[in-house]
Design a protein around this ligand. Structure first.
Ligand code: ARG
Length: 424
């Protein structure tokens, strides 16, 4: 007989539920071990009804009928499955593409983008089904709790939140024991790869277990999405990505809806080993962690988008925008989807992206995706001007010395003053 998990810890934030306030709970349910244990535990601990909500954001290989059946078997009074792929692609991933969003230099934010949408859908489902409380399965150490709770608290001040995994002190072994004791099926048991995984159509992350040993390279069993570069095809493949106003609209001449396009780009990238990132990350809750990302769609689409933006932007736009891109990525990473500054930045991103129309051809080869051809009606590029052969045309090389004299004027003056006396 396993010890009963401890009762919920005392509440700290105003939006957390006291046990007596919990009557009907909307549980964000993935079908995995944590949320399955929660489904049972909430019913017992709070004597509450549980409505389960599962959100499809394009995580590969998920069988939602099975997830739904499992929730109902475990006593959920209802289990809703929402296919949110279109909304996710258009309202969350597309703004990220326009902002070239990468956190910490390598993470395309797929989890961070998904959470505010999941939280929004949870609020809607809670209201529709008469729930007073939302429950999620995040731990107290990660960013995901911040993203979900910040969104729920902003959108629905009347709802309470519980996060049982944060309060109970069960480790994986104890959860498995609890599951066995309560007839919860445990997929893979203790033999399942010991990683915490999250995925959607924009990428997949693995954390924890052996990944925490920084002195070791990742084990091969981490990578379940992207072919390891050394095993990728010996022949490179070219793929032409077309954009209209910052939005990817076609691959190799075939027009595709955004969800299909991202899925197709993901398959191509995965086949060629693209989008593997091994990164040490600064979480907003203070911890540094190691993450292993597989984000093949992002590896292709973000590379192509950045290349096209460079071609159509002026030197001033191209120097300025990366600073705002970084700010955008930080706010999203940090769980502040409702922050007005993000809206301000989106207005800027949309405006800049009005010019981002054209095509980039990428060469995919053993883990790399690099631009090899470019075209755009808005390109600020004129071979007649830039060419080395001709000295005529509109670009007057004879004007250059005058430009250099004025352009360097202040720098030369300052240099002279600072080096008075010295012979530098
Ligand atoms: N480090 C990433 C982030 O903070 C990925 C988190 C993945 N979540 C998970 N439950 N495994 O967004």
């Amino acid at each position: 007989m396993v010890d009963r998990p401890r009762a919920p810890i005392a509440k700290t934030a105003s939006y957390e539920a006291e046990p007596h306030e919990v009557g009907r709970v909307l549980l964000l349910y993935s079908g995995g071990l944590d949320t399955s244990v929660m489904l049972k535990w909430i019913q017992d601990e709070y004597e509450a009804e549980v409505v389960a909500l599962t959100v499809n954001l394009g995580q590969p290989g998920e069988d939602y009928d099975v997830v739904r059946g499992k929730a109902l078997d475990l006593g959920a009074v209802d289990c809703r499955v929402v296919d949110a792929r279109e909304e996710f692609a258009h309202e969350y991933v597309l703004p990220a593409i326009k902002a070239n969003a990468l956190y910490g230099g390598g993470y395309p934010l797929f989890t961070a983008l998904g959470r505010p949408l999941i939280a929004k859908l949870a609020v809607a489902a809670a209201r529709e089904t008469g729930c007073d409380t939302i429950a999620h399965g995040c731990t107290g150490k990660g960013n995901d709790q911040v993203r979900i709770e910040a969104t729920v608290a902003a959108l629905a001040p009347e709802l309470r939140i519980i996060a049982p995994v944060r309060g109970w002190q069960m480790g994986r072994e104890e959860e498995i024991a609890y599951a066995r004791e309560h007839g919860i099926p445990v997929k893979g048991g203790t033999e399942a790869p010991p990683y915490s995984i999250d995925d959607n159509l924009w990428g997949r992350s693995s954390e924890g277990g052996p990944i925490e040993d920084l002195s070791e390279p990742p084990r091969d069993d981490v990578f379940q999405l992207v072919t390891r570069p050394e095993e990728a095809p010996e022949e490179p493949q070219l793929v032409r990505v077309e954009f209209e106003r910052g939005r990817p609209v076609a691959l190799d001449g075939e027009r595709l809806g955004l969800v299909d396009l991202l899925e197709r780009a993901g398959e191509l990238g995965a086949r060629h080993g693209c989008g593997i990132v091994d990164q040490i990350e600064d979480r907003i809750v203070g911890l540094k962690v190691r993450d292993l990302y597989e984000a093949p769609a992002a590896a292709l689409i973000l590379t192509a988008h950045r290349e096209l933006e460079k071609l159509v932007g002026t030197i001033h736009q191209n120097n300025f925008k990366p600073g705002l891109d970084r700010q955008w990525a930080f706010l999203v990473y940090a769980g502040l989807w409702q922050e007005p500054l993000l809206g301000d930045l989106n207005a800027f991103m949309d405006r800049v992206n009005e010019q981002v129309t054209g095509a980039i051809t990428l060469k995919l080869f053993k883990g790399s995706a690099s631009a090899v051809a470019r075209s755009s009606p808005n390109a600020l590029y004129d071979p007649a001007l830039a060419g080395f052969g001709e000295s005529g045309g509109l670009f007057s090389q004879a004007s250059s010395p005058g430009f250099i004299e004025l352009w360097s004027l202040q720098s030369r003056m300052a240099y002279g003053l600072r080096n008075r006396g010295g012979q530098k």
